[in-house]
Design a protein around this ligand. Sequence first.
Ligand SMILES: [Zn+2]
Length: 246
Amino acid sequence: MNEIATGVRRLGDDAVNFFLIEGEAGLTLVDAGLPAHYRQLAALLGPRIRDIRAVLLTHAHIDHIGLAGRLHREIGADVHVHAGDAAMLARPVTANGRWKAERSLLPYALRRPAALRTPLHLATHGAFWSTTPVPASVAVVDGVLAVPGRPHVVVVPGHTAGSAAFHFPEHGVLCTGDALVTDDSIIGRRGPRIVCRAFTADSAAALRSLDALAGLDARLVLPGHGAPFAGSPAAAVAAAHAAGTA
Ligand SMILES: [Zn+2]
């Protein structure tokens, strides 16, 4: 199901992606979707779900961490996140279920009511009420991670303070999370770009961080939102710079 490269599966739905990477010594999940995606993962893997050794988070926004707490609790998977996002992961929503964008969504929604489609999707898939916190996580830093797939971490702050990309040279893929997406549903634009200001902490830093990805060797760029980009990281980064900020 959904094998987009040898040993690489795309999971999630139209609103958000996460990825399963097959390594020699087990499975690694890059990002963790929404709580409702557990059924999809369990149907795909059956008892092999226990082979998931690590959950690597590109960042700790609520649309990417849905299964992390459950996999940590139930099968002992280590959850890796950059220190800059660890506090967010430990407390993804406030006690009354509230969660905030970086800036008000109102101007976006007034211009384009469809901007609210993704927040509604998150709500109906359990993001606000069923996302369990992950109290203990492993801090990622630049370098190679000793988890299945042997990814190289590239820290790319901007979308969040602790955003990171995961490069799997043996699989030929680069997982960018929301540091570089190919679909921004809030503004209704497709193609490689950084996420609009409503959900990006520091857009200038996000654009600068892309340069750390441009030199990597991969055949597919796998974003947190939107279709895989079938080209080099350099081409995706050039397109994102051309798209600029919104
Ligand atoms: Zn996202």
